[in-house]
Design a protein around this ligand. Structure first.
Ligand code: GTP
Ligand code: MG
Length: 200
């Protein structure tokens, strides 16, 4: 699939106010600073569509981006942002949870994970939570440009082993990306295209 058009539609904290035209949507979730907003820009080939920052905690709302007038990419605030106040964490937690549980248009969640890190409890717990709530998800490893190929493969294998050992017998679809080098976006777009065509 080719992104012909990508435009910002609306931001909010209230899922009742999200677009209600029943177009399928795909959400990016993961720790703060993992590269959710950057990957949306890379996939859409637009540098400043979603706001990014080197400091964690940039995205604070549910943001809908309409792609090819047919489906939405949804950028969400990150979790696990150590410096956020307790109240802010609770607010994020509550509307993110509500979004995932109530949003009927959500076809698949993409859980983004920084390829450099060992599996983190917060991510594994979130995967379990998605599983328990029967929300389909895939994993996207980000920032692959930061590792040499052999280290990257080692990290990937290690992560998969731990997932199989600790979480599930079978792994969800896995994508490896670099927004800096614009890598991996095509595979994600093709995956979304296939899911969209199964709906029609
Ligand atoms: P929050 O909105 O705070 O949850 O963060 P986010 O997950 O949206 O992260 P964002 O896209 O704002 O990126 C965080 C930082 O990581 C920025 O400094 C980006 O430039 C950097 N970054 C994102 N993706 C990549 C990548 O693929 N490679 C490299 N080297 N840096 C990246
Ligand atoms: Mg962001």
């Amino acid at each position: 699939m080719y992104v012909k058009s990508a435009r910002f539609v609306i931001s909010n904290t209230d899922i009742e106010k999200c677009p209600n035209n029943n177009l399928p949507e795909y959400a990016f979730i993961g720790r703060s600073n993992v590269g959710k907003s950057s990957l949306i820009n890379s996939i859409c080939n637009k540098k400043a569509l979603a706001k990014t920052s080197s400091k964690p905690g940039k995205t604070q709302l549910i943001n809908h981006y309409l792609i090819n007038n047919k489906w939405f990419l949804v950028d969400l605030p990150g979790y696990g942002y150590a410096n956020a106040s307790k109240t802010k964490k609770e607010i994020f937690q509550s509307f993110i949870t509500t979004y995932f549980i109530k949003r009927k248009q959500l076809i698949n969640a993409f859980l983004l994970i920084d390829i450099r890190h060992e599996p983190q409890k917060i991510d594994v717990n979130f995967m379990r939570w998605l599983g328990n709530n029967q929300i389909p998800f895939s994993i996207i490893f980000t920032k692959s440009d930061k590792l040499k190929t052999h280290t990257l493969n080692e990290k990937l294998n290690n992560y998969k082993q731990i997932m199989i050992h600790e979480v599930w017998e079978s792994l969800p679809p896995i994508f490896v990306t670099s927004s800096l080098k614009n890598k991996g976006g095509d595979d994600i777009l093709n995956y979304i295209d296939n899911l969209n065509s199964e709906l029609s």
